[in-house]
Design a protein around this ligand. Structure first.
Ligand SMILES: [Mn+2]
Length: 315
């Protein structure tokens, strides 16, 4: 049995910071959200859901956790948006320097600002692929440049930003938006080749910032600002798998999972998406750890038994 919390309950040997190829940084920050609160509980909700998820990915035929996934301490800095961005930048930079495949789970979208800044310093000619319902290109909002509504302003100026799934924005954002690099949801639905066009616009190094409100609310309703007419599950996976296959994805973040009300299906979808993205990244590469699957299933089953007892005890 594990004595520390690992991602999805994987064996501790696979969760060590020294040997893991992958790092997951939780950033439970919800300082500037404007409508639905609860993004601060997003990382915990995703981690809890992941503990009830199968670790074998059918599509790729892999168990990506065998590459090692280190669950880093959460970034709790929340004294100001500036301080949070700075801390995310420093922590991301540190793991990138240590050659880890660095991933972050938010929290609201402003957590991506520091991560993108760190990635852009570390990789040449960076493309930022933003999958989102919102353009997030305001220079300033509610007096701050680090509001979630401004999450991609800096990336738009300093990287090759490609925006996918957009269906909500302010007119002012049109003045800075690179129109040819934006894939609006209402246009994607009529264009069989949007994936090819988007991939053609990418440079080799790609960082993905995935705002979960990009999904249609029928797939993932628990997000701060849900918008109708979003991405479907399988088209999203098809697109992501192609990007991971054809480009060098250097890291990614998942943001805006909002853990309030009946959030469990959304948390599970987010956990599954997270694991899918790792599976695509490491598809075709042999893991560093070999484990007896039987042992892991037994650990997971024991956990389910415990949960059951706990629930039984409540009634
Ligand atoms: Mn959004």
């Amino acid at each position: 049995m594990n004595t520390i919390r690992t991602f999805a309950g994987i064996p501790e040997e696979c969760g060590k910071s020294s040997t893991a190829s992958i790092v997951l940084i939780p950033v439970p920050y919800d300082g500037t959200s404007t409508w639905g609160k609860g993004a601060d509980k997003g990382p915990d909700a995703l981690l809890e859901a992941a503990e009830n998820m199968e670790l074998y990915d059918i599509e790729t035929g892999t168990e990506v956790y065998t590459h090692g996934i280190y669950l880093a301490p959460a970034i709790e800095e929340g004294s100001s948006p500036e301080a949070m961005v700075e801390e995310v930048y420093n922590v991301t930079k540190d793991y990138v320097n240590r050659k880890k495949f660095t991933t972050l789970v938010g929290g609201e979208h402003s957590i991506s600002i520091g991560a993108i800044r760190a990635m852009n310093e570390s990789y040449e000619d960076l493309t930022v692929l933003q999958i989102d319902a919102h353009a997030d290109l305001r220079k300033e909002y509610n007096g701050s440049r680090y509001n979630h509504a401004c999450a991609l302003f800096e990336a738009n100026e300093q990287t090759n930003l490609i925006q996918v799934g957009i269906r909500s924005m302010d007119a002012i954002e049109k003045t800075v938006m690179k129109k040819d690099q934006v894939f609006f949801a209402h246009e994607m639905i009529q264009d069989d080749y949007w994936m090819d066009t988007a991939i053609d616009l990418m440079t080799e190094n790609v960082y993905i910032t995935f705002d979960l409100d990009a999904f249609d609310p029928s797939i993932l309703p628990s997000t701060g600002t849900p918008e109708p007419g979003g991405l479907q599950w399988y088209e999203t996976l098809e697109f992501l798998r192609r990007v991971f296959d054809e480009k060098n994805v250097v890291g990614f973040d998942l943001v805006e999972l909002c853990a309030t009300g009946n959030y469990k299906p959304s948390a599970f979808a987010a956990a599954k998406l997270y694991y899918k993205m790792l599976s695509y990244k490491f598809e075709g590469e042999q893991g560093d750890f070999e484990y007896d699957n039987q042992e892991i299933s037994e650990t997971k089953m024991k956990k389910h038994d415990t949960d059951q007892e706990y629930e039984d005890g409540e009634f």
